[in-house]
Design a protein around this ligand. Structure first.
Ligand SMILES: [Fe+2]
Length: 434
């Protein structure tokens, strides 16, 4: 591939597989929903959204378009802002009873992730909710391939879930989130209308923007796919396969978009160019990390949402305690990339450049510091809390945070630098404030 990062390794993979949905992007494209659903052969649709969106104009646009195409629609809106197992159990019953031949989702990551998992559990019920999750948490039961066609319509510029085969769910009894990942969960089509971002509050744009930035950054700096083990059965090759030449392409562009437009898009709701670009960047980042996996940024965010203290966030209609996903990722990011840079300095140096870090006079050995400095600058400009202390944590919380996040085994193994429990504690300690 002409790039040292992907040099062959003994017993390492020599092949990668890419999957993305058919993507439609453009202002006003939500009114294609009817034609798109029809094209997927849908006649009776289960539409997933949340109760707030259901009162708003984007829902009306989609419903009008579906009805104009002569399609029959039933709506499910009992979705919490952090997709959880309880929402999925309800959504699965909706799917099981609905006799649908297609699913449309309209919302942020929670809505899309709930739609994906509800199809799985509704069409293929299991005795224990955790059965489909990977060991040691779950039984690793194979996920059947025959879910319904899914048209995903994102309304925030962050998760990229419309382009991934991943569903992130909070397991309420365990108070933390785990990932379902399987090609069967990927939507067939994504309909991405940046008009949806026009009315988002600044802190929602900041949180989702840091989510997209970190998806791209973790993707670009992930362990090379050639350092993951070769698989015997091509059908068992996971898309969480490490950085690869495809994910590089999309991640690089997403980083450039975040570097150029994140500050502008957060701080000026009328800057439609910036907000449109962030919407495109979020989908690109989804197409990137959906084919590589994330690493420590996301792994360490789960400890934060697991143990979050009494904290509220402006712009979210929610009771405390609540740390939005993108903020939970951002608060540890500078400390994480200072740590991982040592293992892949050139990659971190390039990524810092894409984000418009000041690299004057810097060498690859300075890349962790340059990247961290740029991330901190963007956090300050966009009102993101200053590290873990900004979301209510102190030094005494570090061991519990680390123990919680250490359970995200696959993501931690996708880090370019080998990372054990003590390393995670050290990263959290360095992430208390900047
Ligand atoms: Fe994320």
């Amino acid at each position: 591939m002409g790039c040292q990062y992907f040099d062959p390794c003994d017993h390492g993979a020599d092949t990668f597989t890419i999957a993305i949905p058919k993507v439609t992007f453009g202002r006003g494209c939500l009114d294609e929903a009817g034609a798109r659903a029809q094209g997927l052969g849908m006649t009776r649709i289960g539409l997933f959204t949340d109760a707030a969106l259901r009162q708003g104009p984007y829902f009306a646009t989609v419903m009008d378009s579906l009805h104009a195409a002569g399609l029959d629609v039933a709506v499910f809106d009992e979705i919490t802002i952090e997709a959880d197992d309880a929402s999925v159990v309800r959504g699965a019953a909706f799917i099981a009873d609905g006799n649908f031949d297609g699913v449309v989702s309209l919302g942020g990551g929670s809505v899309m992730d709930t739609a994906k998992a509800s199809m799985l559990y509704g069409l293929h019920p299991v005795a224990d909710f955790l059965d489909y999750f990977a060991p040691p948490l779950g039984a690793g039961k194979p996920i059947p391939a025959d879910l319904l066609p899914h048209l995903a319509c994102p309304t925030t510029s962050g998760t990229g879930s419309e382009c991934t085969s991943i569903s992130v769910l909070r397991i309420n009894d365990l108070k933390t989130k785990f990932v379902l990942a399987n090609p069967a969960l990927m939507p067939q089509q994504a309909l991405i209308d940046p008009v949806c971002c026009a009315s988002l509050p600044a802190m929602v744009v900041a949180s989702t923007g840091f989510d997209l930035l970190c998806h791209a950054l973790e993707c670009y700096t992930a362990k090379a796919y050639t350092r993951w083990a070769r698989v015997d059965d091509p059908n068992k090759r996971t898309l969480i396969q490490g950085a690869n030449p495809w994910s590089d392409l999309a991640a690089r562009k997403a980083l450039e978009i975040a570097g150029e437009y994140l500050d502008r898009g957060v701080n000026d709701a009328d800057d439609t160019q910036a907000r449109d670009q962030l919407m495109w960047g979020a989908s690109l980042a989804g197409m990137a990390f959906g084919n590589s996996g994330t690493h420590l940024g996301h792994a360490l965010s789960y400890g934060v949402t697991h143990l979050m203290q009494d904290i509220t966030t402006d712009g979210y209609r929610l009771e405390s305690p609540f740390v939005p996903h993108g903020i939970s990722v951002a608060v540890s990011a500078p400390a994480i990339f200072r740590y991982t840079a040592a293992a892949a300095p050139e990659r971190h140096f390039e990524a810092a450049g894409f984000l418009q870090a000041d690299l004057q006079g810097a060498a690859a050995g300075d890349s962790g510091e340059a990247l961290a400095t740029r991330l901190i600058e963007l956090m300050r400009k966009t009102g993101v809390p200053n590290g873990l202390s900004g979301v209510g944590f102190g030094a005494a919380d570090v061991p519990a945070l680390a123990a919680s996040s250490a359970r995200q085994v696959r993501a931690i193994a996708n880090s370019p630098r080998e990372t054990n429990l003590v390393d995670i504690e050290n990263i959290y300690a360095a992430a208390l404030s900047y």
